[in-house]
Design a protein around this ligand. Structure first.
Ligand code: ADP
Ligand code: ZN
Ligand code: ZN
Length: 724
């Protein structure tokens, strides 16, 4: 049989299948092949009777880790995202399966045959086989060793010689490491509320995609679990996705407690062996629920009944480096192919998701009430321009300062949240609240220190840096970035004895930093936790009764058409941290733009009101979901090289525009950050209505591939999160 094999090698030149001679095995099988002068792992993606090439090399069959549905997904992803075969295939198998050795084989454990005396075994080996005798002594002295270690120490021929002489006993040792230990099923069943019950019924008896829109604490997790349980009863499997940051031990514990060994967990904290074990349990049907961050969408499950995406608006579901993909799009594809339901859950759904729910493309299920008796606390909005005019130059308004004092006196806890995204800064007048925006796009301009200019990230237009406010003439307009350290310093000046903890990118460099800080705070080791958006999610702290949002505007004026949406999501989530248990909470939000609709609707958690206003803005300004933003980013060591490439691609796209009619926007320019890591950066930007996008995207991919810079790279981004 001729096998068409994708070899596991990262090179654009070999992004095609090679013919090998091998046994008739299913497509999706893993084989070892000779490639160049090396032995490499490959994946069978097709079979045929004969090849146009003579003298084919042999492929040795190992196993079949990938199923046909996944191969269909591979074809789909290649087209939709312009990906290479191998980059997709690697998403389907754990790293361990990409090593040449068979993972079972590496675990062979050898001991000496102790039914006979060692001297007798030595005489069987014979005096002349010095290496073998040495190895035999070593195995005896250490009461057994793994085959891999022995081969490494004594060489394959010595060890195989010993094995052939029958002086060793071999056993396959399979240490299976369940990442959470073996938790028993001991969950007390709760009685679903009528709302929850209706939601479960609709989903289990329904079809297609559901949007479960429920305020925080409305019992969505309980619904997910019950839905999964019902599908398991029908003999089906399920995938449950959560943002990486929500994969807390508590959350995993909940699922383990309810479903026991039926759950396999896939997340970045696992080592290669643990990851392989969890993957294999799913592949072999021993575990039927895959739970994890975005990559768990590729779980090797068959007969999927439900795919659930919690916090569906979360940006961690977008992969923004190779391979680029949108988890929701993949989930839709797999759900359709498996005839499964897809549930998207959120308190603040993505704009586009909610649009599809109102269009009837998705079925909308709304949960308006919290399970606990306490309603969400109302947000108090403090106008910081007012404070500034009254002479308060500090970070804390009088209202917030007094509230903190009161909580510290009562020995209750406080969270202070710095709403910040990325490193970009914008220009705002502290006197009147004026914001510098692009005249063409109505998007906040970003200050670029290196050229002392203001830039629009959407059209590339540049503006001279302002020295005073065009609105009121004040010179207090430059926006310095405020870090968590500064907040802690100022807090200590106001409250000398306060105990604080700080959470941001600096304090969580180590993976466990995040949990350590949260645990310390939960144990009452500090009065105030100061942090960035990292503290917005997960974790309930029953003793937290005050949440302060400083700099609520920092995310709002980030140069991004999604700024308002992100800000609404963040403040809703942060506010949900206050008063989750039996104590009533208070939320104080400081802003220079108290009348902005984000705060007007955010104040009372009016998602629908916000959505209607925001979606109208998107329609009028022609931003997603009514258009798609496409950026072709080109980089090179040499300016000429990248300029040439940009020009060719731009001309190609202009030709497409002539063919299909005028695009919403098309332009080519230097990127906002003109140099990065020694590479010059240019870009071609487009805004396209969805029909145009569908018609031309594959041509854009082709243009980019055929014209990329010779001394650099080029790739296409769709609705990218960052446009630096
Ligand atoms: P969400 O995921 O919407 O934020 P959760 O599912 O975490 O909400 O529910 C909030 C709290 O209410 C949790 O402590 C959960 O255990 C509890 N809860 C959910 N449903 C019920 C129910 N039917 N009866 C009692 N408690 C419930
Ligand atoms: Zn602009
Ligand atoms: Zn002003």
């Amino acid at each position: 049989m001729v096998l068409e094999v994708i070899v596991d090698i990262s090179s654009s030149e070999v992004d095609r299948a090679f013919d090998y001679e091998g046994v008739d095995c299913p497509i999706g099988s893993r084989v070892v092949v000779e490639f160049g002068r090396q032995h490499m792992i490959g994946f069978v993606i097709g079979k045929k009777e004969r090849s146009e090439y003579a003298n084919l090399k042999k492929a040795k069959y190992l196993d079949t880790p990938i199923n046909e549905e996944q191969l269909a997904l591979m074809d789909y992803m290649r087209k939709a995202y312009n990906l290479r075969y191998i980059d997709v295939l690697r998403l389907f198998v754990p790293a361990k399966l990409r090593e040449e050795r068979d993972p079972e084989f590496t675990r062979i454990f050898l001991t000496v045959d102790d039914s006979r005396p060692l001297e007798e075994l030595k005489s069987i080996v014979g005096d002349r086989a010095k290496k073998q005798l040495e190895a035999l002594d070593f195995i005896a002295a250490t009461s057994g060793q793994f085959l891999t270690l022995l081969v490494g120490k004594f060489g394959a021929s010595a060890i195989n010689g010993l094995r052939d002489k029958g002086v060793l006993v071999e056993s396959k040792v399979h240490e299976r490491s369940a990442p959470l230990g073996t938790l028993k099923k001991d969950k007390k069943p709760v009685v679903l509320t009528p709302d929850q019950q209706i939601a479960v019924e609709k989903i289990v008896n329904g079809k297609g995609v559901f949007l479960l829109h429920g305020v925080t604490g409305s019992g969505k997790t309980e619904i997910y679990e019950t839905v999964i349980e019902k599908f398991l009863e029908q003999g089906k499997t399920a995938i449950m996705l959560v943002p990486e940051i929500s994969l807390t031990p508590q959350m995993l514990g909940l699922f383990r407690a309810r479903f026991g060994e039926n759950v396999a967990i896939l997340h970045s904290g696992l080592n290669a062996a643990e990851r392989y074990d969890e993957w294999k349990r799913l592949h072999d049907g021993e575990a039927r629920i895959a739970i994890g961050a975005r990559s768990a969408i590729f779980a090797p499950l068959k007969n999927i009944g439900a795919i659930i995406i919690d916090e569906e608006h979360d940006t961690s579901y977008l992969s923004e480096s190779n391979p680029r993909y949108d988890t929701k799009v993949i989930a839709k594809f797999r759900a359709k192919n498996n005839d499964a339901v897809l549930v998207l859950g959120s308190a603040t759904p993505d704009m586009e998701t909610y649009l599809k729910a109102t269009d009837g493309e998705y079925e909308l299920i709304t949960l308006n009430k919290r399970i606990s008796a306490y309603a969400l606390p109302e947000m108090e909005i403090v106008d910081m321009t007012q404070e500034f005019r009254q002479g308060n130059r500090g970070l804390f308004s009088k209202t917030l300062e007094e509230a903190i004092r009161e909580k510290l006196d009562k020995k209750e806890q406080v969270m202070l949240f710095l709403n910040r995204r990325g490193y970009a800064s914008f220009i705002r007048c502290k006197e009147c609240g004026y914001i510098a925006k692009c005249e063409d796009c109505d998007i906040s301009l970003t200050y670029h220190k290196e050229d002392n200019e203001l830039k629009c990230h959407y059209c590339g237009r540049r503006y001279r840096m302002l020295t005073k406010c065009p609105n009121c003439g004040s010179t207090e307009i430059k926006q310095g970035r405020i870090g968590t350290e500064k907040v802690v310093d100022e807090l200590k000046k106001l409250f000398p004895n306060v105990r604080t903890l700080r959470m941001d990118n600096d304090t969580t460099v180590r993976k466990d930093g995040y949990f350590k800080i949260l645990n310390a705070f939960s144990n009452g080791e500090a009065d105030v936790l100061v942090g960035t958006q990292m503290i917005a999610k997960g974790h309930d702290f029953p003793n937290v009764t005050l949440v302060g949002i400083l700099e609520a505007d920092q995310a709002l004026y980030f140069s991004d058409y999604r700024s308002s949406e992100r800000t609404f999501q963040l403040i809703t989530q942060v506010a949900g941290r206050a008063g989750r248990a039996d104590k009533e909470g208070r939320v104080i939000l400081q802003t220079y733009a108290p009348k902005h609709y984000v705060f007007r609707f955010g104040k009372s958690y009016d998602y629908l009101g916000f959505w209607k206003k925001e979606i109208n803005t998107r329609l009028v300004t022609k931003f997603p979901p009514y258009t798609k933003i496409v950026r072709v980013l080109l980089t090179s060591l040499e300016e000429d090289d990248v300029v040439n490439s940009t020009r060719n691609i731009y001309r190609g796209i202009q030709a497409l525009e002539r063919e299909h009619g005028k695009f919403v926007y098309l332009g080519a320019a230097r990127s906002p950050v003109t140099r990065m890591n020694g590479l010059v950066r240019y870009q071609v930007m487009m805004r396209l209505v969805p029909e145009e996008f569908d018609m031309i995207i594959s041509d854009v991919y082709k243009l980019c591939d055929e014209n990329k810079p010779k001394k650099g790279s080029g790739f296409v981004e769709i609705n990218p999160q960052s446009l630096i």
